[in-house]
Design a protein around this ligand. Structure first.
Ligand code: SAH
Length: 222
């Protein structure tokens, strides 16, 4: 049974459906697979106990370590921009709560997730295990260096904002692959950028302003 079958029934079914309708109707997320998966994954399981009732609201929420679980719209938008079909191997930088990892894992073959804060990675792993999501490998390290042994990746998603494009991530992108990353010279404000590797080089598109926590590391903020 797929994740949708396993998890459709819980006390947050109605707020979750409202969240997905808002993603579709207000935010114009059009990828049906992304919407279906976000309707199936229990986001409330990834937020701190005390904030559960807010899990399906239209904003980011604090998690441990001064970090945040991204706003549902941002998760939907970034995932949609990766144009996933189902067979991909995806690198995710900044796993945080593990919610985005769960969304990706339900859409692709395999997710390689990197998180720099050990406590967050541990908790995220635990949640994924509880939900029976078995196709995520997670490690604690500086994700600005990517995960070279498993490269190249069909898609790369970075959930924290850096001052420039980390070169190792560009190097680890398959031809035809997409990288979605917030880039900005202000540590708290960025533009969401999508890079596509083609036979000839790199195509870059600006997908609009956004606000992520800083990407901290060798090829990010120091
Ligand atoms: N998608 C996550 C977002 C978490 S916030 C969620 O929705 O829960 C961004 C995360 O990026 C934080 O957990 C932060 O610790 C992590 N991070 C920042 N710089 C990093 C780096 N260089 N490598 C790996 N993780 C990083």
């Amino acid at each position: 049974m797929g994740i949708a079958g396993k998890m459709a029934m819980d006390e947050f079914q109605i707020p979750r459906l409202k969240m997905v309708e808002r993603l579709r109707d207000h935010y114009k997320i059009a990828d049906h697979r992304v919407l279906a998966v976000m309707n199936a994954i229990p986001r409330h399981r990834f937020v701190p106990e005390a904030l559960r009732s807010q899990a399906y609201k239209d904003n980011a929420l604090p998690i441990a370590g001064g970090q945040t679980i991204s706003q549902p719209f941002i998760v939907g938008r970034m995932t949609e921009l990766l144009e996933l079909k189902g067979t991909e191997r995806v690198l995710e930088i900044g796993a945080g709560s593990g919610y985005q990892s769960a969304v990706l894992a339900s859409l692709v073959r395999k997710v390689y997730a990197v998180e720099r804060i050990e406590g967050l990675a541990q908790k995220a792993k635990e949640k994924l295990r509880e939900l029976g999501i078995g196709n995520v490998s997670m490690r604690v390290s500086d994700g600005t260096n990517g995960w070279p042994v498993y490269a190249p990746f069909d898609a790369i998603l970075v959930a924290a904002g850096g001052p420039e494009m980390p070169q190792p991530l560009l190097d680890q992108l398959e031809i035809g692959g997409r990288l979605v990353i917030p880039i900005g010279s202000d540590p708290k404000r960025q533009d969401l950028v999508r890079v596509t590797r083609t036979e000839k080089g790199l195509d870059q598109e600006n997908c609009g302003p956004c606000a992520f926590v800083p990407l901290i590391g060798e090829h990010g903020w120091r």
